[in-house]
Design a protein around this ligand. Structure first.
Ligand code: 13P
Ligand code: SF4
Length: 377
């Protein structure tokens, strides 16, 4: 029997943005898989149309197996916007659940099963830090309109900030369209927090000579006068799961498997994206493997749970993790374990709402503007 270890609360990822979030009760911590599956299914049956479970592509097998919809951040935000259910249980990270809360109606409740599912990259652009950078950069370019764009992987206050300055949100699947939107309305873009997605998007638009970087942690890495000379200013955030991939991994894969093709996420470094055959969001990665002919070999440059799902979902395709055993899982996504899912669903059956994500009203309205702009492009 498979038992599931539930993480303790001492990881350095605990951003505890929501102090109402609760820990898993001890008697849910060592459930066995068969019993847990039965209990999750019974709770879902009981809740019927009152609940929808959304699962990001990086979630564990034991979560995506119970999801009504599995997808990338963009698809899940659309599903949340269209959901009729009273409860949206989000198998994803905090910024995704926040976005779902912003997009859903006021009488719908969004639940994030575990309180620790906080994406470190989202924490790399704190609204206060961004405010002060904005003041410096706009002062250095007084005659130019700068449009801020934040990647979906950011908190609601930053999305609200972008809306209040004419900007918007994007995901990895529509970043290029968000840049186009911004350049139709302004002269420069400040892109946060992922420098790699920003750089890869600039290259895609042929604007690679227009890039400057703003490193908020390095006193020598943020010269407002200097960055104001460029049209694309990139915040120096990154995802450690995707930074792990290097060009040498692609060279090694091609040497060991001459027929292999490589698909990577645009959060990877520029040189990795350049050396890959296909680049795209997690749903593009899924489609690439789904559309492969039997016997083709695809090496996957993204979070390891998705690579494992693809191996399981498409046994006719040879699916390889791009850097082998060194491929990482996302520590934030992993916090949503099926014991937590069992607990929040059984509590809903009992009429108790646990781990509700509720964005502060003052952030919600503006953040919704930024998300709506994205959904419209
Ligand atoms: P997608 O939008 O491609 O699903 O990516 C989300 C994410 O967090 C990647 O690290
Ligand atoms: Fe954040 Fe990276 Fe995890 Fe995506 S894979 S949720 S960017 S830490």
């Amino acid at each position: 029997m498979v038992t599931m270890e539930t993480a303790e609360l001492d990881t350095d990822l605990s951003l505890f943005k929501y102090d109402n979030l609760e820990q898993l009760p001890p008697h849910y911590r060592d459930l066995e898989e068969d019993e847990r599956t039965e209990r999750i299914e019974a709770a879902l049956e009981e809740l019927g149309d009152d609940v929808v479970v959304l699962g990001h592509n990086y979630q564990r097998r034991e979560i995506v197996e119970h999801a009504d919809f599995i997808g990338d951040s963009y698809q899940l935000s659309k599903e949340a916007a269209e959901a009729d259910a009273e409860y949206v249980v989000f198998g994803g990270v905090t910024f995704m659940a926040e976005s779902a809360d912003i997009i859903t109606d006021d009488d719908q409740t969004v639940i994030l099963p575990s309180m620790e599912a906080s994406c470190p990259m989202a924490g790399m652009a704190e609204a206060l830090q961004v405010d002060s950078a904005w003041a410096e950069i706009t002062a250095a370019a007084p005659d130019e309109d700068i449009v801020p764009i934040t990647y979906m992987n950011s908190y609601a206050d930053l999305k609200a900030f972008c809306a209040s300055h004419g900007g918007l949100v994007c995901t990895s699947s529509n970043a290029h369209r968000a840049f186009e939107y911004a350049f139709e309305r302004g002269d420069k873009v400040l892109f946060l927090p992922d420098k790699h997605l920003g750089e890869n998007t600039a290259y895609r638009l042929g604007m690679e000579d227009e890039i400057a970087k703003w490193d908020p942690w390095d006193p020598d890495g943020k010269d407002a006068e200097e960055v104001a000379e460029s049209d694309i200013i990139l915040w120096d955030g990154y995802c450690q799961v995707h930074e792990r991939f290097r060009e040498t991994h692609i060279e090694e894969i091609r040497a060991d498997h001459p027929d292999a093709q490589v698909v990577v996420h645009p959060e990877c470094r520029r040189e990795v994206v350049e050396a890959a055959d296909v680049v795209g969001s997690t749903s593009t990665i899924c489609e690439t493997v789904a559309n492969a002919d039997p016997g083709e070999t695809w090496a996957i440059g993204t979070e390891i749970h998705l690579t494992n799902h693809l191996q399981r979902w498409h046994p006719e395709v040879d699916v390889l993790p791009l850097c082998g055993d060194a491929c990482m899982d996302c520590n934030a996504m992993r916090q949503i374990d099926p014991n937590y899912l069992t607990w929040v669903l059984e509590e809903l059956v009992e009429g108790r709402e646990r781990n509700v994500i509720e964005v502060a009203p003052e952030e919600k309205e503006l953040a919704e503007v930024a998300l709506d702009r994205m959904l419209d492009i």
